[in-house]
Ligand binder design. Sequence first.
Ligand code: OSB
Ligand code: MG
Length: 377
Amino acid sequence: MGIKVDRVVVRHLRMPLVHFFETSFGRTTERDIVLVEAIADGLSGWGEVTAGENPFYNEEWTDAVWLLLQDYIVPRVIGRELASAEDVAPLTNHIRGHKMARGGLEAAVWDLEARQAGVPLWKHIGGGARREIPCGVSIGVQDSVAQLLKKIEKELADGYQRIKMKIKPGWDVDVIRQVRQEFPGIKLMADANSAYTLADTDRLKQLDEFYLMMIEQPLAHDDIIDHATLQAQLQTPICLDECIRSAHHGEQAIAMRACGIINIKLGRVGGFLEAKRLHDVAQKAGIPVWCGGMLEAGVGRAHNIALATLPNFVLPGDVSASKRYWARDIIVPAVETTPQGTIAIRDSPGFGYDVDADFIRSITVREQTITSGESRN
Ligand code: OSB
Ligand code: MG
């Protein structure tokens, strides 16, 4: 069919979180999100860049994303005759890293192409293995253990199928022990966001006692090899997040036995094309995957829901209801969960929700329309 993007609008939105979210690398109270609208023949597709406000999860952050999209990413794609959305990722492959910025436009073009074809995005990417995706929640480091226990109780009452808690040195073994005492039967896991090194191996081995589903990214953000060394000494499966930026990294980690599970994040790998490849690599190797989150607003959340309908997303992910993050989301209706802790997929074209244009306008910090392909490269 072919697709030619003739205009791209990038918007920088500022959205306060309902509750702060704290990881081993810092506390977030307010999100600065770059939204990408790709337009062709009067039809819009939407993408959300999943980078954080600071270069702490990976090297990306809002202000860098803003420049990259305008100077390098959009100019490479705009005005070109593309055979399909699959052509977008290769056009920006010359950029080192910055996959979240690249993935924001890539996802927008997938959404646009799905709308042109009049099909839901989940179908367009080859998903649809399930009508409801299983949901877990990610709970940040809290100010007290009592507060953490209270939060877990509330999420379980809301039906969420597994609890992920953030850990860091000083908020790990003792805290997990108390959680396990209180909730011996729940599906529980821990995410360290790269807060440990192999020198902490003895400490990490103590976690085996708590029969966690997995421990996520305990070691460096750019390491695979040390994770293999650690995995050989742990009973608990390691799940890799930060260090898997491509399907090839997934292949290497699996070959080295560095992990038993992979967290797939759309932005971290640069969009749907690479996320699908990573999914396929893991599936072929018998490694289950789940869909991670980056505190997304509704557009990114809806894309994650579509992604999580691919067959090998068999574990509950970090995609949860809008109201856990936002007083008001940028899509209508907001993302909601069923009492069984699932999100039902929707059948309207594209990502399946309406964009709340008035609300988006009211929270836009800056906006730029790009119409021509003048690139720095
Ligand atoms: O490591 O999965 C992570 C949030 C920000 C940065 C990194 C991570 C997270 C989460 C939250 O765990 C997932 C979510 O609820 O969106
Ligand atoms: Mg993680």
